[in-house]
Design a protein. Structure first.
Length: 132
């Protein structure tokens, strides 16, 4: 089994938060939105390593940031934890969906800082992941 089933979890509110869910076929889908406040940042930073730890070598990570706003320093560091977690998973496929140009630039910079930018594909909408 390429991905240990992950219990869906949602943290935050309509103003900002995230949701983890296994989407079948070894896919971990993380949906992030809004602007993250301290409680959301702490929860994401605590859960990101464990979530990635459940991905098998043939797994796929989809980060749906289509509704994410550019983030402050603490939230950027929490996202770096997620991206750094990809480093030992060299064969995991990864895709980031981001519509907002500033958010996309921020995520691209964070990926580059973590050294995984060449391994992560960007998409513009959720339809690009229908087969994932």
């Amino acid at each position: 089994m390429p991905f240990a089933e992950f219990s869906p979890a949602e943290v935050g509110s309509s103003a900002g938060g995230f949701r983890w869910a296994s989407a079948g076929q070894g896919v971990l889908r993380i949906t992030v939105w809004g602007y993250w406040h301290e409680d959301v940042v702490r929860a994401f930073a605590a859960e990101a390593p464990a979530a990635l730890g459940k991905l098998a070598p043939s797994g796929t990570l989809v980060l749906d940031a289509s509704a994410l706003k550019p983030q402050g320093a603490d939230a950027q560091e929490a996202l770096r934890l997620l991206f750094r977690g990809l480093v030992p998973h060299a064969s995991v496929k990864a895709m980031v969906i981001a519509r907002n140009a500033l958010t996309r630039m921020q995520l691209a910079r964070l990926l580059r800082e973590c050294g995984v930018d060449q391994r992560v594909e960007f998409g513009d909408n959720t339809s690009t992941t229908e087969g994932v």
